[in-house]
Design a protein around this ligand. Structure first.
Ligand code: WT7
Length: 650
């Protein structure tokens, strides 16, 4: 092994783990040598099928004829797999523990209750004319009804598009229109950290521009006042009260769409990542089982919001497909105080906890005391997701939160990959803080040398662009409504491979170290944001001539948003204008996209052909002035001196 600090597998953990180191080696090798045989076995083991598939895998990564099909001809239903088949053995077991924003609010929902709630809601959707293949938008706070809504869609074969409750009416509108959703499920208000979020009012605003939406189902969460549109709006509780609890699941083809989830890219508006039924569910189920080393009786908590892919795969589909008890938390880590996460763990005896590095860093800043005053005895495994974790935060999570007993699984994956791609299996993988370690079964990563644009042969040390060389069941199938964009975004940079957009280093032990995005995508607190989206919002202001947005290292968020703004001729920059711009971004996208820093730029560094040199802007934002590189080719090299002189991050 190389010289990094290594954490061995605790002996008691290894003794009862589902996958040992020897198992990993053997199963991984098999999954690469005989992928179809391997995945056929797993599909039988993890899922229940109405009808077996005709063919395990059919694929082509050729840009002119790109397709990926898993288990074609196989028939199954996702809600059946996540609920019905567990009823006999687990009817009275808790499926979902809901922990409210207020520490006095909690609910346990059994698999039987989940079955009833989902079936009723599915019938409501049917009554409102929703059929197999129709799109339903879910714009919800973290309440059990959000899970019911996803599963109700799956039950009848409708395609859900969950939009994060922190997005603005404008973003909601774009997403509803792009996938032509006809129904929106929402709540009167969300509750987070004691504050109310006006979801229904946001929905009303968005729908001013969405004439095709004929039904809005609203959960009464707070009883706050809302406007009511007679024909269109129905109360969730009233509709469900009158609905039958008998709703046979729709038999879906393995390749029928399950959901669309919008995510940011380096250009244009967010794209609708499409996942299908069989491959996605299998991949969510198997990764949940093995990465989190699930055992009977585990209480599993993923702190992600259902608005992100982590909430889809590791709060809802993966855990429920395995018959696990999954905890859904409405609130935030710091409310009522910085001890909340650890108190929830004690209260519900959580054994597996999965969260984001940004939350760990924020809580680490509050010191050890809020952690140490809780017991956390129930914990046996910790996980992280969403961005690279710095070794300092890793060590704190390991030693303070986990008391040095619990392995940490640092899981690298993406909205596009459906589930974990590079991750430790806790009973099989010695850990190195900051490394996502080794590929999951069936995943064949590659490193492209960016000088030669060629795949580095073999499995030795390498640094470059991270690609995946062949399909895995959880892979996205297309960009909804724009297959060409799918091809262009992921398969054109390095022909024949799926390009992740990330850079990585592979060390001598075959461990992967993700170095971050290579494109103009930012990662703010584990949330993806395109620089182009923020720039488009800024230039909507009549006093803004031009804007360029880059990321810079941020202690808590991982990356912060740094915006260079040029005002139109004759307009003096002012704090007032700054406030207006922040508000504009909040309105256009949502609070998560608000720049941390706005620097007024009399001019932007451009090449003679007018292209903005982002590399230079990035270096100035990072305060890394020794590595500005060659500025002599700029149309006006003097603008750089002004930007350096007035940089905000000294
Ligand atoms: C991007 C994907 C994965 C679900 C949540 C985010 C970064 C994700 C890690 C990790 C280093 C990571 C990558 C990736 N990322 N996990 N463990 N270590 N970087 O999903 O919004 O689709 O973002 O998040 O840059 O490309 P997403």
């Amino acid at each position: 092994m190389s010289q990094e600090k290594i954490y061995d597998i605790p002996a008691d953990f290894a003794a009862r783990a589902n996958i040992s180191e020897a198992d990993y080696q053997a199963m991984y090798q098999r999954s690469i040598d005989d992928p179809e045989g391997f995945w056929a076995e797993q599909a039988e083991k993890f899922l229940s099928w109405y009808k077996p598939w005709d063919r395990v895998l059919d694929w082509s990564y050729d840009a002119d004829n790109l397709y990926i099909k898993w288990f074609e001809g196989g028939k199954l239903n996702v809600a059946y797999n996540c609920i019905d088949r567990h009823l006999e053995q687990r009817g009275d077991q808790t499926a979902i523990i809901w922990e409210g924003d207020d520490p006095n609010d909690a609910k346990h929902i059994t698999y039987r209750e989940l079955h009833e709630q989902v079936s009723k809601l599915a019938n409501v959707l049917k009554e409102r004319g929703i059929n197999k293949g129709d799109r339903v938008c879910i714009y919800m706070p973290m309440i059990p009804e959000a899970c019911y809504a996803m599963l109700a869609c799956a039950r009848i074969g409708a395609v859900h598009s969950v939009v994060f409750g922190g997005f603005s009416p404008e973003s909601l509108k774009d997403r509803i229109l792009d996938s032509d959703c006809r129904v929106v499920i929402t709540a009167d208000e969300g509750v987070r950290g004691g504050k109310h979020v006006p979801l229904k009012a946001n929905t009303d605003k968005a729908l001013e521009a969405c004439p095709n939406v004929h039904t809005v189902l609203t959960v009464q969460r707070t009883g706050g006042k809302t406007q009511w549109h007679e024909k269109r709006d129905i109360w969730y509780h009233e509709a469900v009260a009158n609905a039958s609890a008998d709703c046979p699941p729709e038999e879906m083809d393995a390749e029928d769409p399950l959901f669309i989830l919008y995510t940011s890219g380096s250009t244009g508006k967010p794209k609708g990542v499409l996942h299908t039924t069989g491959g996605y569910l299998l991949y969510a189920a198997i990764t949940t089982q093995y990465t989190f080393d699930l055992h009977e009786g585990d209480i599993y908590w993923c702190s992600a919001d259902v608005g992100w892919v982590t909430g889809h795969s590791y709060l809802v589909y993966g855990p429920l497909a395995n018959g696990t008890t999954t905890l859904s938390f409405e609130g935030v880590p710091t409310y009522p105080d910085a001890s909340r996460f650890w108190q929830v763990i004690d209260k519900h005896k959580v054994s597996v906890f999965y969260t984001a590095p940004t939350a760990i860093r924020a809580l680490m800043r509050e010191g050890d005391e809020p952690v140490k005053k809780t017991s956390r005895d129930s914990l046996r495994l910790l996980g992280t997701v969403g961005e690279p974790i710095n070794p300092e935060a890793w060590e704190w999570y390991y030693n303070v939160v986990g008391d040095g007993r619990c392995p940490i699984v640092d899981t690298w994956w993406q909205t596009e990959t459906g589930g974990h791609m590079i991750t430790p299996l806790p009973g099989a993988t010695p850990l190195k803080p900051g490394s996502a370690t080794r590929p999951f079964f069936g995943v064949k990563p590659g490193i492209i040398d960016t000088e030669t644009n060629k795949l580095v042969e073999g499995d030795g040390e390498a640094t470059g662009a991270l690609v995946i060389t062949r399909p895995w069941p959880g892979q996205m199938r297309t960009v909804y409504g724009d297959h060409q964009r799918f091809v262009e975004t992921y398969f054109k940079t390095y022909p024949g491979y799926y390009f992740s957009g990330d850079g990585a280093r592979r060390d001598a032990d075959g461990y992967y170290w993700i170095t971050g995005r290579m494109d103009d995508v930012l990662n703010i607190s584990g949330h993806r944001m395109g620089t182009a989206e923020v720039e488009s919002a800024l230039v909507l202001h009549e006093k803004v001539a031009e804007a360029a947005v880059v990321g810079y290292p941020h202690d808590i968020k991982g990356q912060g948003i740094y915006a260079y703004v040029t005002t139109v001729k004759g307009v003096e920059p002012s704090d007032e204008l700054k406030a207006e711009l922040l508000d504009l971004v909040r309105q256009e996208i949502g609070p998560i996209a608000k720049p941390d820093i706005i620097q007024w730029a009399p001019g932007l560094p451009k090449t003679r052909s007018g292209k903005i040199m982002r590399r230079i802007l990035r270096k100035i934002a990072e305060n890394d002035l020794d590595n500005l590189g060659d500025t002599s080719t700029l149309a006006d090299p003097a603008v750089v001196d002004d930007l350096i002189e007035n940089r905000a991050n000294k």
